[in-house]
Design a protein around this ligand. Structure first.
Ligand SMILES: Cc1cc2nc3c(=O)[nH]c(=O)nc-3n(C[C@H](O)[C@H](O)[C@H](O)COP(=O)(O)OP(=O)(O)OC[C@H]3O[C@@H](n4cnc5c(N)ncnc54)[C@H](O)[C@@H]3O)c2cc1C
Length: 411
C-alpha cells in the first residue's frame, strides 16, 4: 500500500472573512470522521491539523470491529485493503505466564500513517477545506450571539501556519458557527484553557509515556498480544503489508529510573518478560528511532469545553490495553455530529445541542472508561498481572465479560 505525502494548505490570507459552518480543530480519527460526515450533509467545513499527512502516531493500531461499518459508510474501502483480522488475545504476566482467549468482537490492524491519510484524502474529495501544518492557538466563543443564531459566526479561531512556505502564511483568524475540539490527548489548547487534567499533580492516572515501533516479526496474524512488564505493558499485532505494530505504555518514572534511556529501560525492564525479550532480540525494527509521546493522562475530561464539542481523546482517553480508543473517537464523532446537524438545521438550541451531546457521550462511554481504569490497575505489577493471568487460566469464562465491559457495539 503506497501513500504519497501531501500538505494541503490553501492561503487563507487571500480569503475575505474566512468562514465555515463548522471548524474542526485536529485531524486525527475523531476530527477527520466528523468533518467527512458534515461535508456529506452539505455543510461547509474547515479542518485544521498541525501536522502533514501521512505521519506516524503512537498507537497500538488495533481497531475494534465496532467501527468497521462506520468507516465503510464514510467511503473507506476497508474490504479491499487486505488488512489482518484479529480475533485472538494473548496476555502474558510480568514473569511470562501466558493466557490466551478469543476476542468476542475482534478487530483489524492498520497503521495510523495509512488510515489517517486515507481519511484525509476522502475529506478533501468531499469538499472539506483541510489546512495542514496549521496550528490553532485559540478558539473564542462569542457570547453576543443569540441562542438560536446559526448564521453568524460564533467562534473565532486564531491560526498559526507552521509551514515554511511564506506564500501560504495564514491569516490570524477563522470564524465558524460550530467549533469541534478533536485535538487529542493533550494539546496547547488544554494547557491554555487550564483544563482540569492538566492541573493534576502526577498520580496513578496520569504521567504515562507511550513508545511505538513498526517491526517485522513472525507471529500469528489473527492474534493481538499484551505483554506485561514492571509498570507497563506492550501490545503487538499485525498491520498492513505484513508489518507489526509494537507499542507500549509505561510510567514516566520508569524511564527516569533508567536514566531517561529508552534502550536501557527496554533491556532492564521489558526484557524481564521472556516474550518481550524474544521479540526485541529477534524482530527487524523498521524505524531508526521509536515514536514517543509523554504526559498521557486517563483522568476524566469534559465533553463540552468553552462551547466546543470535544470529540475523541480530547473528551477523555481510555487506557490503551482496552484496544478501542480509536473506535470511541469515531463513535463520538457520530454522536456529536448528530447534535450539530440538528442545531444547524435550527431544530434545537445551542444549549440543547451541548446538553444532549454530554448526555449521549456519558451514556455511551462513561462505564467503559471506568472499566478501562480498573483493568489498567491490574496490569504492570508482578503480583496482580500473575494473579490476573492465573485467574483467567482457571476461570476463562471471566475473560469475555471483562473484555465486553470495555467495548461497545457497532454504531
Ligand atoms: C500507547 C497507546 C496505544 C494505543 N493503542 C490503541 C489501539 O491499539 N487501539 C485503539 O483503538 N486505540 C489505541 N490507543 C488510543 C488511540 O490512539 C486514541 O484513542 C486515538 O488516537 C484518538 O483519536 P483522536 O482523533 O481523538 O486523537 P489524535 O489521533 O491524537 O488526533 C489529534 C490531532 O490533533 C492535532 N492537534 C493537536 N492540537 C492541535 C492544534 N492546536 N491545532 C491543530 N491540530 C492540533 C494533532 O496533531 C493530532 O493529529 C492507544 C493510545 C496509546 C497512548
Amino acid at each position: 500500500m503506497g501513500v504519497q505525502a501531501f500538505n494541503h494548505c490553501a492561503g487563507i490570507m487571500q480569503k475575505n472573512n474566512p468562514y465555515t459552518d463548522i471548524a474542526v480543530v485536529g485531524g486525527g480519527l475523531a476530527g477527520l470522521c466528523f468533518a467527512i460526515q458534515a461535508a456529506d450533509k452539505g455543510y461547509s467545513v474547515a479542518l485544521f491539523e498541525k501536522e502533514k499527512y501521512p505521519h506516524h502516531k503512537v498507537c497500538g493500531e488495533y481497531i475494534s470491529m465496532e467501527s468497521w461499518q462506520f468507516l465503510i459508510s464514510l467511503g473507506l474501502p476497508l474490504g479491499s485493503l487486505q488488512l489482518p483480522h484479529i480475533n485472538q488475545l494473548q496476555v502474558s504476566s510480568v514473569n511470562g505466564k501466558l493466557f490466551s482467549h478469543s476476542l468476542p468482537l475482534g478487530g483489524f490492524g492498520i497503521s495510523r500513517y495509512q488510515i489517517d491519510y486515507l481519511l484525509a484524502e476522502i475529506a478533501i474529495k468531499k469538499g472539506v477545506q483541510l489546512f495542514t501544518q496549521t496550528k490553532v492557538n485559540e478558539v473564542v466563543f462569542n457570547e453576543q450571539q443569540t441562542e438560536s443564531s446559526t448564521q453568524k459566526s460564533s467562534f473565532t479561531l486564531s491560526l498559526q501556519s507552521l509551514s515554511g512556505d511564506m506564500e501560504s502564511k495564514l491569516s490570524a483568524e477563522w470564524t465558524a458557527a460550530i467549533a469541534v475540539g478533536s485535538f487529542g490527548k493533550r494539546s496547547n489548547l488544554d494547557v491554555k484553557w487550564e483544563r482540569n487534567f492538566v492541573q493534576q499533580k502526577p498520580n496513578k492516572l496520569n504521567n504515562y509515556i507511550g513508545i511505538k515501533y513498526h517491526i517485522r516479526y513472525n507471529h500469528a496474524a489473527d492474534t493481538i498480544a499484551l505483554h506485561n512488564f514492571l509498570n507497563g505493558y506492550c501490545g503487538m499485532s499485525k498491520i498492513e503489508d505484513d508489518k507489526s505494530c509494537l507499542c507500549y505504555l509505561t510510567t514516566a518514572q520508569n524511564l527516569k529510573d533508567n536514566g531517561n534511556s529508552i534502550k536501557r529501560m527496554e533491556q532492564h525492564i521489558l526484557h524481564k518478560n521472556p516474550f518481550l525479550k524474544k521479540i526485541f532480540n529477534e524482530a527487524e525494527f523498521l524505524f531508526a528511532q521509536p515514536i514517543t509521546i509523554s504526559q498521557i493522562s486517563f483522568q476524566p475530561k469534559e465533553s463540552v469545553e468553552n462551547h466546543l464539542l470535544m470529540v475523541g481523546d480530547a473528551a477523555s482517553s481510555i487506557t490503551p490495553l482496552c484496544g478501542n480508543g480509536m473506535s470511541m473517537a469515531m463513535h463520538a464523532s457520530k454522536l456529536s455530529f448528530e447534535q450539530v446537524d440538528l442545531f444547524l438545521q435550527k431544530k434545537i438550541s445551542r444549549t440543547a445541542m451541548e446538553t444532549s451531546y454530554q448526555q449521549a457521550w456519558k451514556k455511551q462511554f462513561s462505564s467503559r472508561l471506568a472499566a478501562g481504569r480498573l483493568i489498567q490497575s491490574m496490569f504492570g505489577s508482578v503480583a496482580t498481572s500473575n494473579l490476573l493471568v492465573g485467574t483467567m487460566n482457571l476461570f476463562p469464562f471471566l475473560a469475555t465479560p471483562l473484555i465486553k465491559a470495555t467495548h461497545g457495539r457497532a454504531f
